[in-house]
Design a protein around this ligand. Sequence first.
Ligand code: ATP
Ligand code: MG
Length: 312
Amino acid sequence: LSPLEAAVVTSISLDTLPKLATGKVRELYTVDETTLLFVASDRISAYDVVMGNGVPSKGILLTLLSAHWFQLLPALVPNLRTHFLTLALPLEIPPSGVAALRNRSMQVRRLKIFPIEAIVRGYITGSAWKEYKRCGTVHTIPIPAGLQESQAFPQGAIYTPSTKAEAGQNDENISPQRAAEIVGPKYAGKIESLAIAIYEAARDYASARGIIIADTKFEFGLDEETDELVLIDEVLTPDSSRFWPADRYVVGMEQESFDKQYLRDWLVREGLKGKEGVSMPEAVVKETAEKYREAFEKLTGSRLEDVLEVES
Ligand code: ATP
Ligand code: MG
């Protein structure tokens, strides 16, 4: 059975490594003092709430797309450090657990994490567009008047951080000044400029492949030994970014996208936004799975089935 045909994985069970944390999508296990196992399930969240059912192969796709960027970005962004170590499973995984974890797990460096989401926006959409229409600002940053929905920011990509909310709470958009208070003045400017540099490199790479990265969210950790910033978490996936097909981009309206937008729109239409335990109908699951797959294939130039690890 191909890993892509296996059952939807909404819960991960692994009892040979201590569990460090459970996020909305991932489980983190401790491998040793400096290494974690970062496992992506097929769970999907929207508006900070996890859906009752999952999207087949989504965890595999997110893991392999993040790995693609982790391997590519250091060549495009000078001095970029990342937490990625390997897609290989640690030796502690029993043979019976390998099939369930392979392709959806990566070993990463364990780091002290900065408790903000480093969001970068190249185009005005979503909550940023709402705030702009109301106040003329985005995360309190003044923005020139007269922008249309989905237009690129004329001054270039902007850094619009948010808080990293505790489980059950919503992330809150904050000003760069507030983010600097949270992470401290020593790191605030570095996080901002690194986030923008990564976004710009990825934007140019994606644009050559027919995808507009409208916005994205990064997380950073600190290597306390070298005092260096490290790019952590997932990177530039449809869960952490808005991807738009470049050939259908029309300014002045909402864009069709490769990402969760289909699910978000359905939730809003049905009045289910923010409700716990909502199960997606089959059509929403299928559409979402297809969008994720399309984004993966466009960005990596490979079909998902061609990059899976199948050997033990
Ligand atoms: P939350 O963590 O708030 O539940 P989430 O849905 O984004 O939100 P997941 O993506 O499911 O969470 O889980 C990943 C978690 O692992 C994130 O909280 C992220 O900050 C954390 N994380 C990512 N990389 C590392 C790392 N190298 N060291 C420690 N923690 C990490
Ligand atoms: Mg996450």
